[in-house]
Design a protein around this ligand. Sequence first.
Ligand SMILES: Nc1ncnc2c1ncn2[C@@H]1O[C@H](COP(=O)(O)OP(=O)(O)OP(=O)(O)O)[C@@H](O)[C@H]1O
Ligand SMILES: [Mg+2]
Length: 494
Amino acid sequence: MPLSTLHPGDTAIDLARYRERLTALNPVISHGSVRHVVGLLVEIEGMAGQLGELCRISRAGTDPVLAEIVGFREHRTLVMPFGDLRGVQAGARVTADGGLFTVPVGSQLLGRVIDGLARPIDGLGPIAGSTRQTLEAGAPHALQRRTISEPLSTGVRAIDAALTVGKGQRIGIFAGSGVGKSTVMAMIARHSAADVNVIALVGERGREVREFVERALGEDGLARSVVVVATSDEPALIKMQAAMVATTIAEAFRAQGLDVTLLMDSVTRYAMANREIGLAIGEPPTMKGYPPSVFSALSRLLERAGTSDEGTITAFYAVLVESDDLTEPITDAVRGTLDGHIVLTRELAAQNHFPAIDVLQSTSRVMPSIVTQTHLSAAGRLRELLATYERSRDLVTIGAYQAGTDPRLDEALQRLPAIEDFLRQRPNDAQPLETTVAQLLAVTGAPAEPAPSSVPAAAIDVGAVIEVDAGASTDIDAARAAVPEVVETPPELE
Ligand SMILES: Nc1ncnc2c1ncn2[C@@H]1O[C@H](COP(=O)(O)OP(=O)(O)OP(=O)(O)O)[C@@H](O)[C@H]1O
Ligand SMILES: [Mg+2]
């Protein structure tokens, strides 16, 4: 309704929106001209502005190209374009109107696919009536964050059983190329118990994006998701932007009190885009060519997910491990920042074991404080059985092991087929956490308590919070005595 038709009695009109716009309005428009273009970087003379501000560079014969102020050098403003620089001439006029980049947020985005500049690319028209927010909302203050106390059912058996994720936890999914990262992400997006998903596809190939949205995510998955896409052929700035746009949208849903899942595929491409920009503006390269600012940008981005006092963002970041090297700098930095990591291995994928999650190499740091004692013990037993087999695998494979020599190994070998069936899962099979825990108890032969306790394990006995790895001896030894002779295979696995 135009303002001129308002009457004093019209209390239903929300003036806040108009006030907000007025406050954001900058009456000063600044101009400059292009002096220098090297690669992605444009140097502008005579234009004032602030970091992150948007400007437009005029081009011969076509629309101006949108750019962002990324730095300053000797009285000149450095900007980076969001699009193609072709048509830009020396001396071309550049205009900055003080506007910062804003993102539409809210429920109108559900079911939509947008690009790194938050423009719809699904052919479904503009995003109706949504409010907008700037990108740099910042992470919630450490003391305003709720502690992670509740498990999130991801629907992926191997994760829910052995690497239980808490609402508000941030996890990395580490793997080399083609090992199944995107498939695991799509399974979580489709099957998890979260209220909404925000999915950032950063630096993926164009073909994969369509496949992900139409096939892996499907109609039901898309209906409760927002997908933000920046394909590999787009400028570095757009790729960086896509990661931040997705995080901002997730933050807005969290502020409404929702449990949000943020899935980013991949955070490595975000870091690479950051490296490209850092090097272009003249930062010195350090580890593997990454300038130092990449690592601070990365931890700022990852810090924005997690819990706030209103809701939660459970975040899954896919990390492409170059040449399967887990000590590569980005992998290392991400692993140190997050509260857990899931490692997918080429070896398991080659055996057609999907999802190719290597349980022994993966860990969820919050699991002990969010699951029941029964669940934690059974997960420990699962690790122990797998580790026992792993230690003697070579012997067993070449037929040098004599059954009856080592009772622990005998038990691991007996239970292994059921455990492997349990850990394998087809992308379309969803399974809630409770069913997974019941099956975990059955395949590991871990004792179920007479009345399952809903008290988190950590609340019962802090001393029982142990990460069981190869060779670790735990209180599970005591539970071993109660193991029945025969593995009770749950009906679902038969
Ligand atoms: N749960 C699964 N069940 C069966 N096959 C699977 C499963 N997960 C992955 N795969 C197989 O692995 C292939 C690669 O998976 P995906 O595209 O998810 O890997 P990626 O790690 O994301 O690859 P990239 O590094 O290229 O992005 C798929 O085409 C599919 O054949
Ligand atoms: Mg992928």
